[in-house]
Design a protein around this ligand. Structure first.
Ligand code: CTP
Length: 415
């Protein structure tokens, strides 16, 4: 992965981890990247503009308004910077700037050029702060929003913090950041095997009506499916997201269709069977529905009551049944028991190209939480165990595996 000739915009906020950034600039320059630096006022308390401009060989940008007495200064620089960048990296990202980016504020050069960045360019955010600040509800809410809206949020590492405490908040080392930037630029858009592909993703729970005021459902939040939609759109795919009832915002550039029941999800998904290249079943679909939903409200007349259920259609298996050789079927296998057997069976029975065996522990992996532990098994029974990752990072890994399948299928058909 090379950064030769790539334009990297580097945003620095006022955090102690800013002392690591000069080294990052050197690493990026050594790899052939063009680096421009944008700083907040507070950042210059930690690292000098002279150091940054010497290493980047470019003037450092700070103020949104130009120096009117300098002929060289350009009053549209906040726009041209966003157009210039192949990737925008904000490191360290402080709680204040994270809040500004989430709110869409643009009162300094860093936040203004964030808004003008061209769609689908990688945005990497490296929060670094005290552990208590990092875990505060507002910071977590804002980071979640950014990760749902096209940003790759790289969680800080655990260790000794500047406050003298030990906790989560340390920015990764410059070598790690440089590798991540190179990977993000390499897998972006035009280079991505997903660029221009049509991807359909089912997400969230389904609801099955018992009567006019009640339903049965499950705890799915839709976060994994939405993370996949975000990541696929960032790689240039045309994404259709068929979502059950969730409380999530539609990712940037994604066509979202809201449904409630399994029958509705199936109906919408089927409309795309023939035209899509990749079908990802990330929804937690209700396997059964009440045989007949009562009209009105069922009254509390008896000590016990029974509901008779009938089986729902299997949406993913329905896609696989009719799929053409060039189409890929991807599924999940959420299992409470810790073995891969069920996942492998689903891979075979539903004729999948890839299954994500999803361990459910109720705390770090499964429904509602922001992290997941996945094991990816492809149709050649190649197994890839992933560590505990944010759902956004897990989504990127799944898409990497899908891109590998596309490459190997193409190779086989070319031979
Ligand atoms: N799936 C689907 N339609 C269904 C049930 C499941 O599309 N009616 C998809 C899910 O989106 C997931 C995969 O099939 O990608 C496996 O779902 P899961 O609930 O793990 O397994 P089931 O097939 O429902 O089997 P079981 O509940 O017995 O584990």
């Amino acid at each position: 992965m090379s950064l030769k000739g790539k334009n990297i915009l580097l945003g620095i906020c006022g955090g102690i981890a800013a002392y690591k950034i000069p080294l990052l600039i050197r690493l990026l320059k050594t790899q052939g990247a063009n680096v421009r630096v944008v700083v907040t006022k507070a950042a210059t308390m930690f690292v000098t503009e002279l150091t940054l401009s010497t290493l980047s060989q470019e003037p450092v940008c700070k103020d949104i308004f130009p120096d009117l007495f300098s002929a060289k200064d350009d009053w549209t620089r906040h726009i041209t910077m966003g157009e210039w960048a192949d990737a925008y990296v904000i490191a360290p990202a402080t709680a204040n700037t994270i809040a500004k980016l989430t709110a869409g504020m643009c009162d300094d050069m860093l936040s203004a050029s964030f808004i003008t960045l061209r769609p689908n360019k990688p945005k990497l955010i490296f929060p670094a702060m005290d552990g208590e600040m990092f875990s505060s509800p507002s910071v977590q809410r804002n980071l979640f929003w950014l990760s749902q809206n096209g940003c790759t949020v790289v969680n800080p590492e655990s260790g000794d913090l500047a406050s003298g405490q030990c906790g989560t908040g340390r920015m990764p080392e410059p070598e790690t950041i440089a590798k991540m930037i190179a990977a993000a630029v390499a897998s972006n858009q035009q280079d991505s095997k997903l660029h221009g592909k049509s991807v359909v993703i089912t997400a969230g729970p389904t609801r099955e009506k018992i009567d006019d005021v009640r339903f049965i459902s499950n705890y799915s939040s839709g976060k994994m499916g939405f993370a996949l939609a975000t990541a696929a759109a960032a790689r240039g795919a045309q994404v259709t997201l068929v979502s059950g009832p969730v409380h999530l915002q539609t990712p940037h550039g994604v066509n979202r269709l809201d449904v409630e029941s399994t029958a509705e999800m199936n109906r919408e998904a089927k409309k795309h069977h023939a035209s899509c290249d990749i079908f990802i079943g990330a929804a937690a679909v209700a396997d059964y529905r009440p045989a007949k939903a009562a009209s009105g409200k069922i009254r509390k007349k008896h000590e016990t009551m029974g509901i008779s259920f009938v089986k729902n259609p299997d949406i993913l298996a329905g896609f696989s049944k009719q799929k053409k050789p060039h189409q890929l079927a991807i599924g999940f296998s959420l299992e409470t028991a810790g073995n891969l057997r069920n996942a492998k069976e689903k891979l075979e029975q539903k004729k999948l190209d890839l299954v994500a065996y999803n361990t459910f522990d109720g705390k770090t992996s499964g429904f509602e939480v922001d992290t997941n532990i996945l094991t990816l098994i492809d149709k050649n029974l190649e197994i890839r165990e992933l560590p505990l990752l944010s759902k956004q990072e897990a989504a990127e890994k799944m898409l990497d595996a899908i891109e590998e399948l596309i490459s190997s299928d193409k190779k086989t058909s070319d031979e």
